[in-house]
Design a protein around this ligand. Sequence first.
Ligand SMILES: *[C@@H]1O[C@H](CO)[C@@H](O)[C@H](O)[C@H]1NC(C)=O
Ligand SMILES: *[C@@H]1O[C@H](CO)[C@@H](O)[C@H](O)[C@H]1NC(C)=O
Ligand SMILES: *[C@@H]1O[C@H](CO)[C@@H](O)[C@H](O)[C@H]1NC(C)=O
Ligand SMILES: *[C@@H]1O[C@H](CO)[C@@H](O)[C@H](O)[C@H]1NC(C)=O
Length: 780
Amino acid sequence: HEGSWDSGTSYMKVSQVSDLSLPTEARKCPRECICDGTKLTVACVGKNLTEIPPSIDEITVKLDLRNNNLQVLSRGAFMHTPYLTHLNLQRCNIIKVKEGAFRTLGRVVSLNLAQNKIDILYQESFDGLSSLKELHLDHNRIEEIQPGAFTQLGFLNTLSLTHNQLVYIPNMAFQGLHSIKWLRLSYNSLNNLAPEAFAGLFTLNRLSLDHNELQFFPSQTMMRLREVTRLDMSHNPMIYLGEESVSMAKLMHLYLNHMSLQDLSDQALSGAPLLSHLDLSHNQLRSLEPLSGPKELTSLNLTGNHIYCNCYMRPLKEWARVGGVKLLGSCAGPPHLSDELLQTVAPLDLRCHSRGETLKEEEEEDESTANTTPIPTSKPKQKAKCPVNCECNIEAQHATCEDRGHTKVPRGFPTKTQLLDLRGNHFHHLPANSFPGSSQVVSLHLEFCKIHEIEDGAFQGMKKLFYLYLSDNDLTFLESRVFAGTPELTYLHLEGNRLAQFPGSALSLLPSLFVLHMERNAISKLQPTGLLFSATPKLKDLYLSNNTITVIARGALVSASLSTLHLDSNQLTEVPTQALTEASNLEELNLSHNSLRWVGPKAFQPVHQSLKRLYMDHTGIEKMSSEALLGLGSGLRALTVRGNQLKELPDLSPLTGLEVIDLRDNPLLCDCPLLPLRRWMESVSLEVIATCGHPPELRGQKVKDVHVFTSCPENTSPRYKKVVVDPKPPKIQKSKPSPSKSPGDKARREKPKTKAAKPAKKQAPRKPVTLKKTKNKKIL
Ligand SMILES: *[C@@H]1O[C@H](CO)[C@@H](O)[C@H](O)[C@H]1NC(C)=O
Ligand SMILES: *[C@@H]1O[C@H](CO)[C@@H](O)[C@H](O)[C@H]1NC(C)=O
Ligand SMILES: *[C@@H]1O[C@H](CO)[C@@H](O)[C@H](O)[C@H]1NC(C)=O
Ligand SMILES: *[C@@H]1O[C@H](CO)[C@@H](O)[C@H](O)[C@H]1NC(C)=O
């Protein structure tokens, strides 16, 4: 059938060519759109269109409808444009794609539906797209893929489903994708893949599953992927890879970086004979044996592990030398070898139990692994031992006693247990040393355990603890040494307790802390002494939403690594500008649901270089200084001030990198001072929703629809720079009288822009400069 499709195409092309000879004037172009008669493109970007303009010329091949408000794509929605090859529907607020929506689009090769609100892919959502090669569904809310959703996409090469809410992939989900090359499922919440989830993908050679929640390598599912050469599994919380985990005959590149791997069987990759690059960087490996299976391995990346360079590393070193495998990374110990490159360290230096200077370190080392076989050389004895009323899975190294009514922490878990799930019990009180013999546990769940007290040293001995969940308990206070003995703790969940103070001194024992959840507690003040950030130098994300914070003292947030700070739903009365001066790499700040009332000049100046996302919804703001956002430039990607009492806004035109802006539910005063905003709205390809609150006769009308601005003297907008892109000719002439001022001003404004935002890829595309130029010429 491929042949008939091809001949169909060329036949149609002939008729298209004859249409081309028509004079351009004869073609239709909808009022809201910009049409290019030679390239046969139509762009109707950022117009809040609720339906596809019916008057688009039939002959159009590329249709760009980004940033509109289409909501539902109904059956036959594109009936009038059968020759389309490229269709862009990004950010169109699409909630639902009805069956048969694309039925008439047999020539489309690229369809972009990213950044909408689609939650389900129905069985026939994509029917009719028989030539489609690329389908982008990133940044939606997809939770469900119905069986048969893709059955008609036999030519699809790339399917991109990143940043959705998939938790599970059922059997046969991708049936029908006979030409698929690359499937992207990154940034979902996948924790389970059915064994036949990828059945039928015989041509797939690249699969991205990074940034999901997979706790095990889905061996059975992956085995079906016979042609895959490149697999990205990074950033999944896996702690162990057992024998024959990876059986993929053609796999060459495997990314297992940034997981929580503690150990890896030497047979884990025995079914991957062609593997050439293996990335194990940023795990928690202390040692590694020679890997049996891969014969072609050229590079093994162990950067960012805690490799202890003693005699147990000698076999790996020898194996790498013989096999020509490049080892990347360095030794973490013993001290005299630390930071030595694995590639260059001499095999003879890899020693154990030599008397002399190193003895002491090795004793320490022995102690830390005393509860386990230190090195996975001998086969683990799998003698099941497990406390009463719990379940232990030896191979998976999991143990769970969830919701079993335990009143004391059970003891006697298998020594290799890495995930211990005790949530939903009734412990009330955790005494010191509550987890003996748990030195291998990486992840400990204690949510909903009615805990109101934890004694110092409760977690003593949990040297590998990485994730600790203490959410939704009754803690009011944390002793300063509760976390003693858990130096690796990286993710700590304390949300939903009754803590009245920031537990600064307790946290000072956690040098690796990276993410801290403290939402829904009773913290009212952040004091300089309370945080001790110098002791948690790596802290990156701090969540303090839903506390009762009224004050953040200067010096309370001293942290150069802090990147995300959530202070929403607190009782702040002003932007904590002073406190931000020591958090100069902050990227995301959520201040929504506070009672700020007013935002003063340079409120965000301390973080102007780094800030990317700023949220200030429902904060009772009545006024923002015209210099409130001073310093923020093209680096800012998202700004929201929904639901405030703003009558006017500061100049937004320096924010050229905005991708999200929310001005809804503010009583804007629609009069000349608002003209810069109005013009800015016209000049950007973003959907900017803003309504007038005053004067009374305009209340409720959209800022972009009211005509009051036409009578404003042009001079009321001296700061407005983009006059040239304004569609109305008279304004073009207006920019002439002061040509020297305008460009100079512009240059000044653009300087910080280039500095602040290197990756400014997604700049709002400038409107049709080419079209404008021709118009200009006419006028001149
Ligand atoms: C090894 O891993 C590190 C850290 O993830 C990375 O920066 C580096 O590029 C990797 N090297 C190679 C050759 O893959
Ligand atoms: C804060 O509390 C409100 C009301 O209880 C709740 O709706 C919201 O989800 C909470 N937010 C967070 C981040 O916990
Ligand atoms: C910011 O805080 C508000 C209020 O709690 C919440 O609704 C919103 O989702 C938060 N935004 C982000 C991006 O976290
Ligand atoms: C966009 O259209 C919707 C539906 O017609 C309307 O509710 C909304 O106010 C419009 N927004 C703007 C900015 O015009």
